[in-house]
Design a protein around this ligand. Structure first.
Ligand code: FES
Ligand SMILES: [Fe+2]
Length: 375
């Protein structure tokens, strides 16, 4: 390793203003110790998005999130509340649930300890004859949950700052999209042999679009957003929604009530550490990058549309144009990020940013801020 990746001096050139700045060194995408520091400083210490509230519509609905800091499950209780729990049995730690679904109780597949939807342990068969064992003392480990406009997040630490405080001016900037009234319609999953940051960076610049998406999206142009809080982003300017491929017809009507800036195009954001929310004129979608290993990432893309669109008689047919765009353009992005991951194995000097990579520069600086912060 040429550089010491946990030494601040390594990043002096990244810290410069954009037009003078160098990119992250390749080791930041391949080094196991740097990755583990990211898990601790980024993923254990910031709110993480999981899903829309309407994906957990009824009591007993659950959804697992196998993030880099450990498995978590979101569960809607009999009282209507969505709770997050560490997905780990209080007996000997087996993961309790997988995937998503509905259950009446959470029953461990190993020795059948049984938990209510609010986390209380109510059954522990075969534990008679054990001294001082009181089920009350072994509930599931509950984690803080918070949401904004139907987007549900959890946090590994107790007493984190409220989500809206972490989001800063994100909340006001996207208020006119009326996200609390949008309806989840479906999702896609991808597995990519790439470090999660390469995917997040790719999602934060339009520089690559004329090459990587030459025949599908075409070259896009983007301008910077004034951001405050744990996020960055750009505005891809196009009076037509960019949620369908170039030349595709019949995009859906605009969301009602968009402000004048929202009418100008699609906002591609990254809520730190690893969720891109895109707010277009006709829908919102997200790319949730879930690191699995330093060089492997799972990506979940989900989308939501206004009720007035979802209830159109030909919605199912027309929304296919959007999913086609997400499938095709995402496959193009994933493929180039896998090539980029291979190239990170060469120890070389850090490269330079283009002026249009302002949001990548902001993101990389945020990552380094967190990684280097005192514990
Ligand atoms: S590990 Fe869950 S009941 Fe034994
Ligand atoms: Fe792309």
């Amino acid at each position: 390793m040429i550089e010491d990746l946990l030494d601040g001096a390594t990043y002096d050139k990244l810290r410069k203003p954009l037009r003078e700045a160098s990119t992250l060194p390749p080791g930041c995408y391949t080094d196991q110790a740097f990755y583990e520091r990211e898990v601790d400083r980024l993923f254990r210490r910031h709110w993480q998005f999981v899903c829309r509230a309407e994906q957990l519509a009824q009591a007993g609905d659950f959804r697992c999130h196998d993030g880099p800091a450990g498995p978590v499950m979101l569960v809607r209780g009999d009282d209507g509340r969505i709770r997050a729990f560490a997905n780990s049995c209080r007996h000997r730690g087996a993961r309790l649930l997988s995937g998503a679904g509905r259950c009446k109780r959470i029953v461990c597949p190993y020795h059948r300890w049984c938990y209510r939807l609010d986390g209380r342990l109510v059954g522990a068969p075969g534990m008679t004859g054990v001294d001082d064992f009181d089920r009350v003392e072994y509930p599931l480990v509950e984690l803080p949950v918070d949401s904004w406009a139907g987007f549900v997040f959890f946090h590994w630490q107790s007493d984190p700052p409220p989500l809206t405080q972490a989001l800063g001016n994100f909340v006001d900037r996207f208020a006119s999209h009326g996200c609390d009234r949008l309806q989840f319609v479906g999702e896609l999953e991808f597995e990519i042999e790439s470090n999660w940051k390469l995917l997040a960076e790719n999602a934060l610049e339009a520089y690559h679009t004329g090459a990587v998406h030459r025949d599908t999206l075409g070259q896009q142009t983007a301008s910077a957003l004034a951001t405050r809080g744990d996020w960055t982003g750009l505005l891809v300017e196009d009076e037509q929604s960019v949620a369908t491929l170039q030349g595709a017809d019949k995009p859906f009507a605009h969301i009602e009530g968009l402000d004048s800036e929202a009418l100008r195009g699609a906002f591609f954001t990254l809520v730190y550490p690893s969720t891109q929310f895109v707010f277009a004129q006709d829908c919102a979608w997200w790319l949730a990058f879930e690191p699995r290993a330093v060089d492997h990432t799972r990506l979940v893309i989900g989308a939501c549309f206004p009720q007035s669109t979802v209830t159109l008689p030909d919605f199912a047919e027309r929304v296919e144009l959007y999913f086609e765009r997400w499938r095709i353009a995402t496959a193009e992005d994933n493929a180039i990020c896998e090539q980029q991951q291979l190239g990170q194995r060469v120890e070389r000097a850090a490269g330079r940013f283009a002026a249009s990579e302002f949001a990548v520069h902001a993101f990389d600086n945020w990552v380094v801020d967190q990684v280097l912060a005192q514990a």
